[in-house]
Structures are given as C-alpha cells and as structure tokens.
Design a protein around this ligand. Sequence first.
Ligand code: HH2
Length: 261
Amino acid sequence: MNPKLMGVVNVTPDSFSDGGRYLDADAAVRHGEKLVRDGAAILDVGGESTRPGAVEVDEAEELRRVEPVVRALAGQTTVSIDTSKLAVAEAALDAGASIVNDVTAFKHDPEMAGLCAERGVGVVLMHMPGNPRTMQDDPRYGDVVDDVKAFLAERMELAVGEGVEEEQIWLDPGIGFGKTLEHNLELLRRLRELRELGRPLVVGTSRKSFIGKVDGSDVEDRIGGSIASSVLAAAEGVDVLRVHDVAEMAQALAVTSAVLG
Ligand code: HH2
C-alpha cells in the first residue's frame, strides 16, 4: 500500500473548496511548491471548476490561468493538467505537463485522445455522466460499480483505438460526479472490482460533499472524512489519491503503512 499523492492546485475563483485562494499565478505556484514539500508526487493544475453548477470558463481565460502555473511547476515535479479542452491541454503539455486529467474522459473534446496519443503522455479517464451542470440531476444506475466499470472500459478502448498506449492510461470512478451519497459509498466499498480493468486507479474524495452528507460538515471541516476515505481507498489498492491536504494525508498513509507493515 503505497499510493502516490496528487496535490490539487486550483487556479480558479470558484472551486468548491478553495476557490479564489490561488487565482494569482504566484500564489498558485507557491501553493504547488508547498504541496511538493508536503509529499505530493504529482500536481494537478486546473483552471475551471467542475463543481455542480459552476460557470463555464472560456478557453482563453482558462489558458491564461493555468499556463504560467504549469510552466513554473513542471520544472520541479510531475504536472497533470485538469482540463477537458483541447487547446488548454495542448498549451499545458507545451509548458511541461506530462499527464492530461480529463474529467469527461475525452467526451467534451474527442480530439483530446489524438493529442495525448501523439504526445505520448499519461491520461486520466474519469467517470462522469453528462456534464457538471447536469450531473447531479437525479443520477441513476443499474449497479453503480458495474456501470462505472463498463463506462471506463469503453473510454479506455476508445483511447487505445485513437493510439493512446494502454500503459499510459489511469482510470478514476469520479467520486461526487453524478452520484448520490449511496453511489459514492458503494464505489468506495467496491474499488477492488475496478482494479479488474487492469489499469492504475485514481480516486479523489478530498473535501467532497458526500463527506458533508455523512456528518453535516462544511467544506472547510472535511479533512477527517477525506483522510478516512482516502486511507480506505489506499487499502483497496488505489494507486493515486487526488487530495488538497497533502501533509495530513501523507502522515495518515505513513502511519497506516507503518502499522500494516
Ligand atoms: N475531482 C475534482 C476535479 N478534478 N479529477 C479527477 N481525476 N478525479 C476527481 O475526483 C476530480 C478531478 C473536483 O475537485 P476540485 O478540483 O477540488 O474542485 P473544483 O472542480 O470545484 O475545482
């Protein structure tokens, strides 16, 4: 059990947990550097919030936000770009990012697959039904784990068909994206089944609203729930944990693996 930590660097005014705190490029870079010191192996830089109901950001603005931050951080660590826009991904790769984290799994911009194939970069394909504006409108599944698994298998097949090396693909069940509390808990309980897809798994529970639905906590008071769910995910064999509170998570994982040996 030794998952990598992917530290979140949101260069946005409206992200659900830290919107507005790192909108200035220097502040975002300093925050990224701190996350690396705290133990992040990867920094996930994003310029558009995906929270339910967030306003869409135009391409030029998203680019303006993320490009200098990626450029400054990519010299220091592995950077992923959290975007579903082709032009933003392309500019971020030019600036040194080496992973594309697309929460739409190439649905928003089908040409994204070709770009990732051509550049030979890592890809995170995440499950989300619909888009962030509609995803929480009464989400329904047959069996949520089977449905997410089938979706990820289909998106992976598409990516490979477009020339992305299978070895470059990581998969993510998209905790909080188009899911009720019970859907999120069921996915977290049965992560092992997603490992049958044969690719590394990324899981992001950090500060998400399902934690607040369990205990009524506000977003700034969800570190305990973020740690509990991430440690359990790690025990299920998840390879990458996408988190905001890197220092706290690194300590929780260190103690967990010291005890488990
Ligand atoms: N969650 C968020 C954004 N990107 N990417 C992956 N692969 N997995 C996730 O679970 C995931 C993600 C949402 O969190 P955050 O970036 O903090 O918020 P916002 O989208 O409001 O900026």
